[in-house]
Design a protein around this ligand. Sequence first.
Ligand code: GAR
Length: 189
Amino acid sequence: MKRIAIFASGSGTNFQSIARYFRHHKEVEVSLLLSNKPGSGAVCRAEKENIPVVLFTKGELYNSNKVLGQLLENRIDLIVLAGFLLLIPQSLISEYEGRIVNIHPALLPKYGGKGMYGMKVHEAVIRNGENLTGITIHCVDEEYDRGSIIFQATCNVLPDDTPESLSKRVQELEHKHYPRVIEKLLVGN
Ligand code: GAR
């Protein structure tokens, strides 16, 4: 079995789509949810899916071995960020070089970087009059949203879109593609 750890601190809809996709998979399992937000949607969904949760503080992420220790102890093969907003520390990047992926709700390199997350991205896309947006799945390095791009999918921005209506269209793409891209990375299907 290849073992995934998902880092999430938001509502956790991507976490859930990945967890469900792999629930009966023969070669891949979601082994852990790691979060710095107790009580978040992601944590509640993990509890419902019976996936073990590891909670940590920002201080523990940057100044202790708690998170890395949990990943090693659980023999994690791939780290998946799904709505996780803290920068991944260098110690994790070194240990898991090329084995950390993130999803971003726009077509990077546009609309990325610190502070660009969730609804802020869709607001900026609409404000700038873009007629195309989408999702980017990329490798994680020590800078926000800069690692090499693995996969992108696009959708239209419609003239009457609000950030909310656009976010729904983008999230549909995320839920459809993220699990399949992870599967391809781990088992090449
Ligand atoms: C997703 O749309 C993801 O692309 C975005 O946060 C949302 C989390 O939703 N991530 C970023 O903006 C990272 N810069 P979820 O908690 O429902 O999966």
